[in-house]
Design a protein around this ligand. Structure first.
Ligand SMILES: [Zn+2]
Length: 265
């Protein structure tokens, strides 16, 4: 990242003023950025609805206002689409008996007064109870539960990853595996520098069929396919080991929006 230089500043200010005067984009609802990597200008919509107008160092105010006008209806469609895809992560009130999910199954929170580490207890009818010391919850909020998801998730990951990795037929070693909080935006990431794959603890609420998708998707990144990060080579490798990956991808995206990510009211 390099700081914006002075000529960019002037250009950004000029074009921002021209767009505000034109009135197609609501004032203060957009950012103008100068891009040196692009060859054409573009308007995109961020997940929070804010517009980003990407211009070139050679763009003029007339060119950009014209471009935005021509794309006005597409931008309106885009805004509607973003609203239906925006995350809707719910809060959870962590009371005794409240419902949580583990690997797609409904489990109940069971608060006890004896100090015990958080653990899952299977009942005779096959349903699970997540046993948590009441005092821990009062002191630390959702954290002890999040920590349990991270530990149990890691065990699941360590069990599942080697077989999927073997099917990808690469000479590389299995990436390092990690489970932790990844905030709101990412269910999983692969970091090339560390050859490490990290899953969000929250994805372990999903059924295994979607978890496997997330895992395999990141493992394919770990095989370092040539080209763009989700380009043709990536897709070929993904679909070879998981032919229904595109359907699972859509299912994952739909489910991820509604996952609990540790927030309480
Ligand atoms: Zn990816």
């Amino acid at each position: 990242m390099h700081p914006t230089d002075l000529s960019d500043e002037v250009l950004i200010r000029t074009i921002t003023a021209a767009l505000e005067a034109d009135g197609i984009l609501t004032s203060a609802s957009f950012d103008v950025v100068v891009s040196r990597r692009r060859t054409t200008h573009a308007v995109t919509t961020r997940p929070d609805g804010r517009r980003v107008v990407r211009i070139l160092p050679t763009s003029t105010a007339a060119e950009i206002t014209q471009f935005v006008r021509l794309n006005a209806s597409r931008l309106a469609d885009h805004a509607r689409q973003m609203a239906t895809r925006a995350p809707r992560h719910p809060d959870r009130r962590l009371t005794d008996g409240c419902e949580l999910f583990w690997l797609g199954h409904s489990v109940r929170l069971h608060l006890v007064d004896t100090p015990v580490p958080v653990h899952m207890r299977q009942q005779e009818d096959g349903t699970g109870l997540l046993v948590v010391h009441r005092g821990d919850l009062e002191r630390c909020g959702a954290q002890p539960i999040i920590d349990w998801y991270a530990r149990a998730g890691r065990a699941w990951l360590e069990g599942a990853a080697p077989a999927h990795w073997a099917r990808l037929r690469t000479r590389r070693p299995l990436p390092r595996l990690e489970v932790r909080d990844l905030g709101r935006c990412n269910g999983a990431i692969y970091q090339e520098s560390a050859h490490q794959l990290t899953l969000h603890w929250a994805v372990f609420q999903l059924p295994p069929v979607l978890l496997e998708y997330v895992l395999v998707h990141e493992l394919v990144h770990g095989t370092r396919p040539r080209g763009r990060s989700h380009g043709p080579e990536f897709r070929t490798r993904l679909l070879r080991v998981m032919p229904d990956a595109l359907i699972r991808h859509e299912q994952f995206r739909a489910a991820y929006r509604f996952l609990w990510i540790g927030t309480t009211p």
